[in-house]
Design a protein around this ligand. Structure first.
Ligand code: SF4
Length: 754
């Protein structure tokens, strides 16, 4: 048993009183989302209702989960927090760094060798500070969490955008950056703007070729990639209760593709069956005792438009299988219209590869239904025309589906079983020939299909569908094939039809596994040594950032005036830089290399004010650092949108940038900057952006009376001797000003721990 039953008992014990207090504070019946959020207020019981989409609220999550690429910086920060143990149950999952090339066994062995020092580091830190550690090969974070840790009514944060997968089992599970994870592990509250709520009423029942995946593919088409921003999506209705827990997980997982904060289903018989099926009857028994608190109030579902900010209704009995793409997950095509779309848009009709599995779609139900089609292919003498790969989500699923013969069926059809890891889903795919950048089509049961995501080839047209549709398409090798209406020619020249897929939600013989790949932390971590080689190029222990010197900041140089969109990818690029996520000095060499310089309209080329030459942004900033000269980055609207990666705030801080001055910030990035002790400032008059010149030396004045709501002054000293004095705003509260003064939020956490 890896889950913490005592923690769940104490969460549930508080539910009735907290939910009654919340109902009183809000003054009306509650959605499930509200119940869970109000039951997790860091202050305890609600004394007032919060305004959706407006109020910032401190929460106390029950768990933290981290994947290996993001856990490195989260744990390096946690090591500075001065704590001997994590304050809430937390886990690390080694899934992102395993590259798919030839098949599970060889790929896993290669990854273990290549990433040894990162794995050793994560393992030893987990051991020391009391985190559960899931070794490479154990599985993908979200599947492992669903099988082991998710529980109805719980609240979890995870350093991965598909953390909402656990909503399938009734948990409010939200993707965050490593700095947030560090705070929660250190026992601090976690702040979130109280979300708006979208209700999705599901009626009817799935049948035939349609799967749970088609629900979210349809929703993505309705809401688009931005439609869920700032919202939690709550599913309900008789159709919701008819879906398996893992099917619900798939739907919640892909809520990330509509920008939703998270998605959730209520506790029902399917949740109970999954808990019991995954050896967690103790949780099911506890949940049954408070089950009225683990769904929304009946009045809410009877009249949803009175309680949700937006309501969508989908009849599962009428829902068609969908295929979404290419290049964006919200371009939704009902299967009956897809073939025409392929022809009209001139998308490559020949299907090169079908890929099933991943954290999104590798449940027993998914695999058994896909295998029923693979078996038909073998029986009906059809050879799969496309390459076909299977990525199990966990060792428990892999072992069980192998025992039950499904992997063998896939192999008979020519399928290749990949490691239980992210692999092609995150670009960790050594796809043969991708470097030629040929136009081609692939179809996956994954969640994202942005250009270059799977194989780095911008011309790969990637489509997303259910594992059943992916399998049928791989057998046909043709994107215009419609298994509901079309026949295929077999090896004997006969026309044959694929019958509807069939499978089981849960294995009749139960799940089994020999070695799930879990490492429990040491009973006493005090003597555990954390391994970081001083000459490592992948890991580097963090040094605390220096505290504020107590004076105004004078004589700063303009590093770059960024023009237009400047996302976290422009500030701290991903791709090949993924390997340096645990080494702040090395990853800082990608600082702002994607940002467009306002003055030259070029990327990664800025003026070095020390000698008048032009150089790469990180190199110029390192020159300023060498001469102990601070700098300022100026930006446009919504600076720092995109992912919550804290590297985008840590890198400029590390290299000596003192302030980011922009027209407006993306909120998470603004918070990340504050946490790292940076000044995050906005122009009072956005038109003042135009006043900033390439040769400017900059003063920031008013820091001795830095206080909430009080603007600061920026003085721009131009090279012609003239100056401009402009008013700049900030959103620092008292506590955040202390972060700035201490040098970072972490420095303050550490001070308070001593
Ligand atoms: Fe993210 Fe894909 Fe891994 Fe899932 S399988 S955690 S979506 S990279």
């Amino acid at each position: 048993m890896v889950f913490d039953i005592d923690m769940i008992k104490s969460v549930y014990a508080a539910f009735p009183k907290r939910i009654a207090a919340a109902r009183k504070a809000v003054g009306k019946p509650l959605t499930l989302t509200e119940k869970i959020l109000y039951a997790h207020l860091s202050e305890g019981e609600a004394t007032k209702g919060y305004e959706r989409g407006v109020s910032y609220v401190d929460f106390k999550p029950d768990r933290v989960a981290m994947q290996d690429a993001t856990a490195q910086m989260a744990l390096l920060q946690f090591m500075q927090a001065g704590r001997s143990q994590v304050a809430v149950p937390s886990t690390v999952h080694c899934d992102h760094l395993i590259q798919a090339e030839v098949g599970a066994t060889k790929d896993l062995a290669k990854a273990k060798d290549k990433n040894r020092e990162v794995y050793d580091f994560l393992s030893s830190v987990s051991n020391k500070y009391g985190l559960g550690f899931w070794k490479p090969g154990a599985g993908i974070i979200h599947q492992v969490v669903l099988e082991n840790y998710a529980f109805p009514g719980g609240m979890m944060i995870g350093t991965d955008s598909h953390t909402p997968n656990a909503g399938g089992l009734g948990m409010v599970a939200i993707g965050v950056g490593g700095a947030d994870a560090c705070d929660v592990m250190a026992g601090l509250p976690w702040e979130l703007k109280f979300p708006k709520l979208i209700g999705v009423k599901l009626t009817g029942k799935l049948s035939g070729w349609t799967a749970a995946k088609d629900v979210i593919l349809k929703v993505a088409g309705i809401l688009t990639v931005k439609g869920g921003t700032g919202c939690i999506v709550e599913y309900f209705g008789e159709g919701a209760r008819s879906l398996s827990a893992t099917g619900k997980g798939t739907i919640c997982n892909m809520g990330a593709e509509i920008g939703a904060t998270t998605s959730i289903f209520g506790y029902d018989e399917k949740s109970e069956a999954y808990l019991r099926g995954t050896d967690r009857s103790a949780i099911a028994d506890l949940a049954n005792e408070i089950k009225e608190h683990l769904t929304g109030d009946p009045e809410v579902y009877a009249s949803p438009s009175d309680y949700f900010d937006e309501v969508i209704e989908i009849n599962l009995s009428e829902l068609e299988p969908h295929i979404n793409g290419p290049f964006t997950p919200d371009l939704a095509w009902p299967l009956s219209k897809f073939a025409a779309a392929v022809r009209e848009n001139n998308w490559p009709q020949k299907l090169e590869v079908g890929l099933i599995g991943s954290c999104t779609n590798s449940s027993y139900e998914d695999i058994s239904r896909a295998a029923s089609l693979a078996q038909q292919a073998v029986d009906k003498k059809l050879k799969a025309k496309s390459e076909y790969t299977i990525t199990p989500g966990s060792e428990q699923v892999r072992y069980t589906v192998e025992r039950d013969g499904f992997l063998g069926v896939f192999e008979n059809m020519g399928g290749v079983v990949l490691a239980n890891a992210c692999g092609p889903c995150i670009g960790q795919w050594a796809r043969h020939g991708a470097e030629k950048q040929e136009k081609n089509s692939i179809i996956t049961s994954f969640n994202r299909n942005f250009a270059k995501r799977a194989d780095g080839n911008p011309n790969t047209h990637s489509f997303v569908a259910s594992p059943e549709i992916v399998t049928a398409m791989a057998i046909a090798g043709d994107l215009t094939f419609n298994p509901q209406t079309d026949t295929l020619t077999n090896e004997e020249g006969m026309q044959v039809r694929l019958e509807e897929p069939a499978g089981l939600e849960l294995p009749t013989k139960g799940f089994a596994v020999e070695d799930a790949g879990y490492q429990a932390p040491a009973a006493d971590g005090a003597s555990v040594e954390v391994k970081v080689a001083p000459d490592s190029d992948r890991l580097q222990l963090l040094e605390p950032f220096l505290p504020w010197e107590g004076t105004d900041l004078k004589g700063l140089k303009l590093l770059i005036k960024a023009k237009g969109k400047c996302t976290t990818d422009h500030i701290s690029m991903a791709g090949p830089w993924l390997r340096f996520r645990g080494h702040l000095d090395n990853i800082s060499n990608n600082l702002l290399i994607g940002a467009v310089n306002f003055f030259s309209e070029e990327t990664n080329k800025v003026k070095n004010q020390l000698d008048g030459t032009y150089g790469e942004v990180p190199a110029v900033q390192r020159q300023y650092k060498l001469h102990n000269i601070g700098s300022v980055v100026v930006g446009d609207e919504n600076y720092g949108e995109g992912s919550s990666r804290e590297h985008a705030a840590m890198e400029p801080r590390f290299l000596g940038v003192r302030a980011i001055l922009v027209k407006s910030f993306a909120r998470i990035h603004e918070t990340n900057l504050k946490k790292q002790g940076m000044l995050a400032l906005t122009f009072d008059n956005p038109a003042d952006y135009a006043l900033v010149q390439e040769d400017d030396t900059i003063d920031i004045v008013g820091l001795d009376t830095f206080s909430p709501g009080k603007p600061l002054t920026v003085v721009l000293h131009h090279s012609d001797g003239s100056t401009d004095e402009i008013k700049v705003n900030h959103t620092y509260n008292e506590g955040q000003i202390k972060w700035f003064q201490a040098g970072s939020a972490l420095n303050l956490v550490k001070e308070n721990a001593i």
